[in-house]
Ligand binder design. Structure first.
Ligand code: F6R
Length: 243
């Protein structure tokens, strides 16, 4: 396990972007697992800057986003697909056919999840998975209690996640979808390399529990202690409760 503690959220994003482009240099057709959320915005901004400066070529990279709300289409401004288009994909040269999302409006959500994993296998598995962390320790939308063997599936979001994400829904809790699709923890752990980013004081307690607490289903991110190639990149505030 590698741990990097940097000044602020911008530095966290810049460091993660640097590590990603190093991997793309080694393997131009890298299979990259991505996440949405506030922590990721500076990371995507750094990647866009590097792309504009011709430091990276995404044209052979494939991406798989880790989760999506059930019931929102990709054109819905609150979907993760829309978030990714806005903050990243519309700004860089990546072939849209190499960009993959779970479809939260699929008629059969089980089939959708199975096909997603099949697609990942067909391109050789995820080389590098980028993760954020929820205040309850979720990774993707694997909420506390998720099995470490869980596969890509439909899940119910916990109260704390609904409250935290209400900011993307006009602060109206009732508008936040209760259900989501997420890559399972078992699927995430198959990534060859994992980088988890966290910034802000509000993540400090869970970051401490994830890294130094017991490996337990109560804190899904704690399972990463068992992964053979994981890098944690935190800002000072998120790391402030580490021993
Ligand atoms: C979203 C995802 C989530 C977020 C987490 C942190 O695709 O995978 O696990 O990474 O909820 O979100 P922020 O960064 O908004 O605090």
């Amino acid at each position: 396990m590698k741990l990097m503690i940097l000044k602020g959220t911008k530095e966290v994003g810049a460091k993660a972007a640097e590590l990603v482009i190093n991997e793309i240099k080694k393997k131009p057709d890298l299979v990259l697992g991505l996440a949405a959320g506030g922590t990721m915005i500076p990371f995507y901004q750094s990647l866009i800057r590097l792309w504009k400066n011709k430091k990276v070529d995404f044209s052979h990279v494939s991406t798989f986003n880790i989760d999506e709300y059930v019931g929102l289409s990709g054109s819905d401004k609150r979907s993760f697909r829309y978030f990714m288009q806005k903050h990243f994909f519309s700004r860089i040269g990546v072939w849209q056919r190499n960009v993959h999302f779970l479809d939260g409006r699929a008629i059969n959500l089980n089939v959708e999840c199975k096909n997603y994993e099949k697609n990942i296998k067909e391109v050789g598995g995820i080389d590098l998975q980028i993760l954020g962390i929820g205040r309850n320790g979720h990774i993707g939308f694997n909420e506390p209690g998720s099995s470490f063997k869980s596969r890509t599936r439909e899940v119910l979001l916990s109260e704390i996640t609904l409250r935290d994400n209400a900011r993307f829904f006009g602060n109206d809790l009732k508008k936040v979808p209760r259900r989501a699709l997420t890559m399972g923890i078992g699927a995430i752990l198959e990534a060859r390399k994992i980088i988890l980013l966290a910034s802000d004081k509000k993540k400090a307690e869970i970051v401490h529990r994830a890294l130094h607490g017991e490996v337990s289903k109560d804190v899904p991110a704690s399972v990463l202690q068992k992964h053979k190639d994981v890098t944690f990149i935190f800002d000072k505030e998120a790391a402030s409760e580490l021993d």
